[in-house]
Design a protein around this ligand. Structure first.
Ligand code: C2E
Ligand code: MG
Ligand code: MG
Ligand code: MG
Length: 282
């Protein structure tokens, strides 16, 4: 079976293959066996306080590998998982795994987990999160959920109720990819976000004066609303300087740190704490 699967999946990336229209079928099949076969994992990317330079949080990012070891990018498998409903089980797995890391490493303040609208609409989601926290003995305040503004996510009353249930558990709610959709501003009006993550495209556009003006406008708008601001996609020291100049709260990007396995994120922590962390079994 492993071999057959491997062969099917290998077609995923061949655009000339007549079978490549089956790509999402192949991914759907892979997702069904991903957890039991250990094909899914989490990597963690550090989020820094711009002022102190300390790691404030880690973002958990899901990875999927085919049985032959080839990586499938989230931009391919997350939409399929949302369409087939596999995201419900994968999402529960991600939250349980994140809680396990929080339990094993008391010096990690917060882990943020990306949560799909499909999960927020599913009955019993908040209860399943409460169960995961209880099992790990971790307070909800150490968990943040990142929600992406998107057209598909109309302001469902179920979603708003779910978000308020999560907040009652102490979970922080972050708005991801701010500025990429059309609904961002209405979201800000309806939900009290603990952090807003400004999409990396705005920082990257700062190479032109117009782009930089736009970036400052967005930062100004969020600041006027008293919003804690995280800027994504920091790839250079120049960009980091701009964030310091604009007194941005939090920074994330390849320049700060690449997503890495749990075993290596200990190096993100200062030596005294790191020493302690090394004594903890994962
Ligand atoms: P996101 O939540 O906005 O995650 C940030 C993405 O930007 C990650 O891509 C990360 O690797 C990438 N990134 C970080 N720093 C930089 C940088 O400096 N430059 C550039 N160019 N990119 C940077 P990744 O891991 O491929 O994830 C893509 C998207 O897939 C995520 O975007 C998120 O929407 C989704 N995703 C990932 N894991 C999960 C998950 O567990 N559940 C759900 N529902 N969605 C997930
Ligand atoms: Mg995110
Ligand atoms: Mg996202
Ligand atoms: Mg993002």
């Amino acid at each position: 079976l492993a071999k057959a699967n491997g062969r099917n999946c290998a077609r995923l990336f061949d655009p000339n293959d007549p079978q490549s229209s089956d790509e999402s079928e192949n991914i759907a099949a892979l997702l069904k066996i991903a957890i039991e076969r250990d094909l899914v994992s989490l990597v963690f990317q550090p989020i820094l306080s711009v002022r102190s330079g300390q790691v404030e949080a880690l973002e958990a990012l899901m990875r999927l590998t085919m049985p032959d070891g080839t990586a499938v990018p989230p931009s391919l498998f997350i939409p399929v998982a949302e369409r087939t409903g596999a995201i419900l089980e994968l999402g529960r797995w991600a939250i349980r795994t994140a809680c396990g890391e929080l339990m094993a490493n008391e010096h990690i303040r917060t882990i943020s987990v990306n949560v799909s609208p499909v999960q927020l609409k599913a009955p019993g989601f908040a209860a399943s999160v409460a169960a995961a926290l209880g099992e790990a003995g971790v307070p909800g305040s150490r968990l943040a959920f990142e929600i992406t503004e998107g057209l598909e996510m109309e302001m469902h009353s179920d979603v708003l109720r779910c978000i308020s249930d999560l907040k009652l558990l102490g979970i922080k709610i972050w708005l991801d990819d701010f500025g990429t959709g059309f609904a961002g501003l209405s979201w800000l009006r309806l939900i009290d976000f603990d952090v807003v993550k400004v999409d990396r495209s705005f920082l990257h556009d700062c190479v032109s004066p117009r782009g930089q003006a736009m970036f400052r406008d967005i930062v100004g708008l969020l600041r006027n609303r008293g919003q804690k601001i995280l800027v994504e996609g920091v790839e250079s020291e120049e960009q980091m300087d701009l964030l310091r100049k604009l007194a941005i709260d939090l920074a994330q990007g390849f320049h700060v740190g690449r997503p890495a396995r749990a075993e290596s994120f200990r190096s993100f922590f200062p030596p005294s704490r790191r020493q302690k962390a090394l004594g903890n079994p994962l």
